[in-house]
Design a protein around this ligand. Structure first.
Ligand SMILES: *Cc1c(COP(=O)(O)O)cnc(C)c1O
Length: 423
């Protein structure tokens, strides 16, 4: 027994049988673990190079107050961000309150009455359906404002349906939306290679269509980001991958300058766009979080591989499989019934650094259709780059686990949660 195993067995209540399984998983999937290192180490150097090329200094870490005119740290953060994501321009703000807000800002900036939004990766993420007007009846949804929405489902094997997409594009189609991550759906994530193929296919025939990618959970998982693969504009959340678990809130939008400017104008006001918005004390954690993000994504991805393997060992369907190519940090587990899902979620909660004493309960949340169970005691409220599991309580009871600040913590938490399944 090594020191880690001794700690697991003697202090953490992990049974000895599981210790051999942990080592066995790490050996069997060594190639998958190594690929994670390769991708995240490359991202680390890319980010370092961007900091150096932009001459980031200590004074950029301090934010202004009030209007925030001449907030050089805020401006510099956006320049670094643009460089990292190969964007002409980026908007990275703490007053983008969530990923949903970042995406809503993009869509409402780019679409007007009579325009059509075409979602080509199936029905978008739950909270986006409310923005679009596919669920609820908000008078300020895109639908209520006269924007039409159509959906092209993915093929049976989870890829873009090229012919159906080309056939669906009409004269009103202004924006095409792609969701890179699976979100709360049992489907493969859409990796960069697939995104590149479909964007070039669309671009060849429809030069003016704006291609938007919801990049939530995808940052730094693969070598490239969607803008390098042909997308025009992307958005995401800073309490997921690119905030490196240090950004306390915030969202980003990056891409073509004219489009990002429109989003900035939508976020603030005409005539203001990027120029106003004091960063207060946001710059330091945002810069440091971006720099730390590949390390955190690495820990989370290794934890996801581990969870995938351990749950597969117990006969649950998992997606992705432990050795499969990943483009996001989400690990889906099909529990098949409510009881094992709840038991596993309780185990994750009990293994958390914060609120380990809390019993997670399913609840209805704004923007979501079904009651959702969320487990994970995180330093930043609701942060899903920290270890957490979410599941809408509906058959077939799929849990979506993601995040983890340290691989050792994920190994412990998943092993403990698996023990609860057997209890
Ligand atoms: C998390 C997520 C969102 C929304 O982000 P929030 O910060 O939770 O509002 C949108 N799309 C996808 C695919 C996501 O994973």
């Amino acid at each position: 027994m090594n020191a880690f195993q001794r700690q697991l067995a003697q202090q953490c209540g992990i049974k000895e049988a599981a210790l051999a399984e942990i080592s066995e998983i790490e050996e069997r999937y060594a190639a998958a673990y190594a690929r994670v290192d390769e991708m995240t180490n490359a991202a680390q150097l890319r980010i370092l190079a961007a900091f150096q090329a932009e001459n980031v200094g200590d004074f950029h870490l301090h934010g202004s107050t009030g209007y925030g005119y001449g907030d050089i740290g805020r401006d510099k953060l956006e320049e670094v961000w643009a460089r990292v994501f190969q964007a002409e321009s980026a908007l990275v703000r703490s007053n983008i309150v969530s990923g949903t807000h970042a995406i809503a800002t993009v869509l409402s900036a780019l679409l007007g009455p009579g325009d059509e939004l075409l979602s080509i990766s199936g029905m978008p993420y739950d909270t986006l359906q409310t923005i679009i007007g596919e669920s609820g009846d908000d008078p300020q949804s895109l639908k209520a404002l006269g924007v039409r929405h159509r959906v092209v489902p993915l093929t049976a094997d989870g890829d873009f349906d090229d012919q159906a997409i080309l056939a669906a594009i009409g004269p009103q189609t202004k924006v095409i939306s792609i969701q890179r991550s699976r979100g709360y759906l049992w489907r493969p994530s859409l990796n960069i290679e697939k995104i590149r193929r479909i964007t070039s296919l669309i671009r060849d025939r429809f030069a003016d269509i704006i291609i938007f990618v919801d990049n939530c959970y995808g940052e730094f998982v693969e070598e490239e980001e969607p803008l390098a693969a042909g997308a025009d504009i992307i958005a995401g959340s800073l309490i997921k991958n690119p905030g490196g678990a240090l950004a306390p809130r915030g969202g980003y939008i990056a891409g073509r300058e004219d489009l990002v400017r429109r989003a900035a104008t939508r976020l603030t006001a005409p005539g203001i766009a990027f120029e106003v918005g004091s960063a207060l004390d946001f710059n330091r954690p945002a810069f440091q979080g971006l720099f730390m993000a590949p390390l955190i994504v690495q820990q989370a991805l290794k934890g996801a591989i581990f969870a995938s393997a351990m749950l597969e060992n117990r006969g649950f369907a998992v997606s992705p499989g432990p050795a499969e190519w990943r483009t996001d940090i989400i690990q889906a587990i099909r529990f098949g019934a409510e009881a094992p899902l709840l038991a596993f979620a309780e185990g994750i909660q009990a293994a958390s650094p914060l609120e380990s004493y809390v019993h997670p309960e399913a609840a209805f949340l704004p923007g979501y259709e079904d009651a959702v169970i969320m487990a994970g005691g995180t330093f930043t409220q609701g942060s899903s780059i920290e270890l957490s599991i979410d599941a809408p309580l509906r058959a077939p009871y799929i849990g979506y686990m993601q995040g983890g600040l340290s691989y050792a913590h994920v190994v412990y938490a998943v092993t403990l949660a698996c023990q609860r399944l057997e209890a």
